[in-house]
Design a protein around this ligand. Structure first.
Ligand code: SF4
Ligand code: SF4
Length: 449
């Protein structure tokens, strides 16, 4: 699994100064600085983008498709997440944004918010049938899904086994456009406008499913500056299906829960908070909860670092839009152009084998040896977690030393200690002269003669 996984987050080698700012921000301790450059462990990285936010040198970046990628297809559909509408100033309606996207070369627009509404209904059903105490975990945020795979494999079975709204939107867009144009589904290109790196990775990898209906990802940061024609809403343009307020809310933390209406739930956003909560769930310390809505970005998808607006400003715009859209949707024909069969949400998450964070090597004997070495090294380290060694914490350095990936003297305190010992030794040695040069010893020898 991990060999096939293609990460969207990568290092621009030439820009990295080895400042170690990023290593402490990584929730899975996936980064080390070695020989003055950051190195990302493919096995541990969950593509959350925290290191991109932390890097002062812009040395970390995300691979996405350029706008020109849409030209590969005769018919192009933009899959617009509701968070995208939060990037515009108040009074910009969904019709304005659709018109601007068509101006950029898209033939049609599919609102992911609609797919979110469909997925919400399915989650409701699943929650209704749930008959055990273990909380079910939303699988909408790919960074959270991968965090569970990497650090909490015991919780994989608690992920809700459904395709994400983005994937459902891609599938429905192809069905709709194929029907309208007579083109084959593979001639219809579906492009998700992504607010984050995790969704970019989810498209590049078959993380959850056997196939993916999204053909590419274009970052909001790339597309936003190219947007023109916002002053000219195409009000005659036919929606594939108009997004409703419930779906638009999914872009903000708490929106998914508001749509599925679980009786006992928790909504947690921000990767650190999510990690702390998952620690508790893993230790079975969380009682009386049926549903966990977890999002890696602060504030939900509006907090994605590829967005243009702050999550606070985006919320203001979205609140206005929901009010506006509430009345627009009420006027519009909300009957969908899709059959019940087409709207069936696929229960096809292929739960992958867990991806071990790989602390200790396989084989019991070897593992015991490494653990002993780890304990010994850790005991010697100062416990300051300063990061100067290039590993994020003293524990991580102890692990690296035990695995022969670092030296104990990579720790500047251990190095200093070693230099002081050596200096003492040198001092002692410097005072010992060979008898041929040692006058005092010679004089003493003479006196005794
Ligand atoms: S993307 Fe996230 S998990 Fe990957 S290296 Fe950066 S901070 Fe760590
Ligand atoms: S934050 Fe990380 S990637 Fe950026 S320059 Fe410093 S060490 Fe390199």
């Amino acid at each position: 699994m991990s060999e096939k996984y293609r990460h969207s987050v990568f290092l621009k080698h030439e820009k990295c100064s080895g400042c170690v700012n990023c290593i402490k921000q990584c929730p899975t301790e996936a980064i080390r600085v070695r020989q003055g450059k950051a190195m990302i462990s493919e096995e541990r990285c969950i593509d959350c983008g925290e290191c991109i936010r932390a890097c002062p040198n812009l040395a970390k970046a995300v691979v996405t498709d350029g706008l020109s990628a849409i030209e590969r297809f005769p018919y192009k559909v933009a899959l617009v997440p509701p968070s995208f509408y939060g990037q515009f100033k108040k009074s910009t309606t969904i019709c304005h944004v659709h018109a601007a996207l068509r101006h950029l070369g898209f033939d049609h627009i599919m609102d992911v918010a609609f797919a979110a509404e469909v997925v919400s209904e399915k989650i409701k059903e699943i929650l209704h049938k749930k008959n055990n105490d273990a909380p079910l975990i939303s699988s909408a945020c790919p960074a959270v899904v991968r965090l569970i795979q990497v650090k909490f494999p015991g919780l994989i079975s608690q992920l809700i086994p459904l395709e994400s709204p983005m994937e459902l939107a891609g599938r429905l867009a192809k069905i709709y456009a194929a029907r309208e144009t007579g083109l084959a589904p593979e001639q219809i290109g579906t492009f998700f406008l992504t607010p984050c790196s995790a969704k970019a990775s989810a498209v590049k990898n078959l993380l959850h499913q056997t196939d993916c209906s999204v053909d590419g990802v274009i970052s909001v940061a790339e597309i936003f500056p190219k947007i023109r024609g916002l002053n000219n809403p195409d009000i005659d343009f036919k929606f594939m299906v108009a997004p409703g307020v419930r779906g638009i809310k999914w872009s903000m933390a708490g929106g998914e829960q508001a749509a599925v209406q679980a009786a006992n739930y928790l909504t947690v956003d921000g990767i650190r908070n999510v990690q702390k909560l998952l620690d508790e769930v893993d230790m079975n310390r969380l009682q009386g909860i049926d549903f966990l809505e977890l999002q890696a970005c602060d504030g939900g998808c509006v907090g994605g670092f590829l967005n243009i607006q702050s999550r606070f400003q985006a919320r203001v715009q979205l609140r206005w839009l929901m009010k506006e859209q509430g009345s627009v949707s009420a006027q519009l024909e909300r009957a969908t152009p899709f059959s019940a069969e087409e709207l069936e949400v696929k229960a096809q998450i292929v739960v992958p084998e867990s991806i071990s964070a790989g602390a200790f090597a396989p084989g019991l004997e070897e593992a015991i040896k490494i653990m002993k070495q780890y304990d010994l090294v850790l005991e010697q380290l100062p416990g300051l977690d300063c990061g100067s060694c290039g590993s994020p914490t003293c524990k991580a350095l102890a692990e690296d030393v035990a695995l022969n990936k670092a030296l104990e003297i990579d720790c500047i305190f251990k190095l200093r200690e070693k230099i002081m010992l050596l200096a003492d030794e040198v001092l002692v040695l410097s005072k010992i002269l060979p008898p041929s040069l040692n006058r005092a010893a010679k004089d003493k020898a003479k006196e005794s003669d």
